[in-house]
Design a protein around this ligand. Structure first.
Ligand code: KG4
Ligand code: ZN
Length: 407
């Protein structure tokens, strides 16, 4: 079985081709096309610009992914009435994605539905000996215009190649990023010992603590009331003149501060850390950074020392709150594991400190490799495979975007 996964929920255009073998799951191709350079000058993601880039990127990336996974089947399709009719319907599906339609039309006229070649057919056979090809696509949460481009693209392919679709929740996909890898099938099958789990999903758009009783069984315990942790890092980086995306930039400066072994003299609040609930709030932290910055003489606030010190403190303030609330939830729900995911999970301090605390607490700690923390479609493919096993297949006509989708 081959799964084609698509994610365009924010500013990365992501396509993955996953092969589900009888024993293992193998990424045949995993492409993330970053738009960082385009959005950097705005200090954040500009949705209409991101949508335009997705429209530009999707077809070339699909082609590259099919080539990498040896699935591209280029043959000049014979122009006939049926093809004309199909292209007309494609135009309807992509009526809001004009540029994408032009690109896709050209591509599909030259490319047959991808087939598994002989060299891989045995590995791609399911245990019941059926071979099913499938598209999985992120339908939310995320930036609405961006989500629609990926979803309409998936619908068009589903219609044209007659493939079933599975809609995917981006937050669930971030959790499934923990199961990407050659032994993921084994990990999923032998995961009973993980539950109940406390999942901390921290990204540019979300900060959520989720109780996971089993695969597919989630309850949101708490979430941010304003800015997400990644959003806070992005905004603080902007104040400090560190550029976009802020998370990695803050991390780099904070590391330099530590190299000199200094103790931070700047002290920022740890918002809501002592409150009993599992909610977060990070907008006050950003304001505190802004006031501190503005109240310093220009010579100080532009100094390397100040920027490094502030970066280290804001990073630690966020890590402190995230860890404290996660451990509190783990204790209350007698969790057997803590599962981390989302772009901010790529942060070294968060990974290291949460691991130490989890082990002290005697719960298992799971975190994806860094490349699968930030947005990617591999996690959408694995989540898709899982949902396929649960029978969640849909017809393309019934797929819709929900920018505020809850897990
Ligand atoms: O999951 P993601 O790629 O996109 C969303 O779903 O939002 O997360 C992006 C967020 C950005 O706010 C970025 O600054 C943050 O993840 N991020 C990091 C690191 N790498 C990315 N934050 C802290 N440390 C990092 N190394
Ligand atoms: Zn994400």
């Amino acid at each position: 079985m081959i799964i084609l996964a698509i994610d365009t929920s924010c500013d990365d255009t992501c396509i993955t081709i996953l092969e589900v073998g009888s024993r293992k799951l193998e990424l045949r191709s995993n492409i993330v096309s970053s738009q960082v350079k385009i959005h950097a000058k705005y200090g954040g993601v500009y949705p209409t610009l991101a949508k335009r880039e997705h429209q530009r990127n999707l077809v070339p990336i699909l082609k590259k992914a099919l080539v990498e996974s040896r699935l591209l089947n280029s043959k000049l399709k014979i122009q006939n009435e049926k093809l004309q009719f199909e292209i007309k319907n494609l135009e309807k599906i992509l009526e809001r994605e004009k540029y994408l339609f032009i690109n896709l039309k050209k591509f599909l006229k030259k490319c047959e539905k991808p087939k598994i070649d002989a060299s891989t057919s045995s590995a791609s056979t399911l245990s019941d000996n059926r071979r099913v090809d499938l598209i999985t696509v992120t339908v939310g949460p995320g930036l609405e215009p961006c989500l629609w481009t990926g979803v309409n693209f998936a619908k068009a392919l589903s219609y044209f190649w007659n493939l079933p679709i599975i809609p995917i929740n981006h937050i669930e996909a971030h959790i499934f990023a923990n199961f990407v890898g050659s032994n993921s099938k084994f990990k999923i099958q032998n995961s009973k010992f993980l539950f109940p789990a406390i999942c901390l999903v921290v990204s540019g758009g979300h900060t959520q603590l989720i109780l996971m009783k089993d695969f597919g069984q989630y309850k949101i315990l708490g979430e941010t009331r304003d800015d997400a942790a990644g959003e806070c890092l992005d905004k603080c980086a902007r104040i400090l003149g560190l550029g976009y995306p802020g998370g990695p930039a803050i991390e780099k400066q904070a590391e330099k501060f530590k190299v000199y072994g200094l103790r931070s003299k700047v002290r920022l609040p740890r918002p809501m850390i002592h409150q009993k609930n599992f909610d977060f709030s990070f907008s006050g932290l950003k304001t505190a950074v802004l006031y501190d910055f503005k109240n310093r003489p220009p010579k100080i606030r532009q100094s390397r020392e100040y920027i490094r010190e502030m970066a280290a403190e804001v990073q630690q303030a966020i890590v402190d709150v995230l860890i404290s609330k996660t451990l509190k939830a783990a204790k209350e729900y007698r969790a057997r594991s803590i599962i981390l995911g989302g772009g901010v999970a790529a942060n070294n301090e968060l990974r290291k400190q949460l691991k130490v605390q989890s082990l002290k607490f005697k719960v298992k700690f799971l975190v994806p490799p860094k490349i699968f923390c930030t947005d990617n479609a591999a996690m959408v493919a694995i989540a898709g495979y899982f949902n396929y096993l649960k029978g969640k297949i849909k017809n393309w006509e019934n797929i819709k975007v929900n920018a505020n989708l809850k897990i």
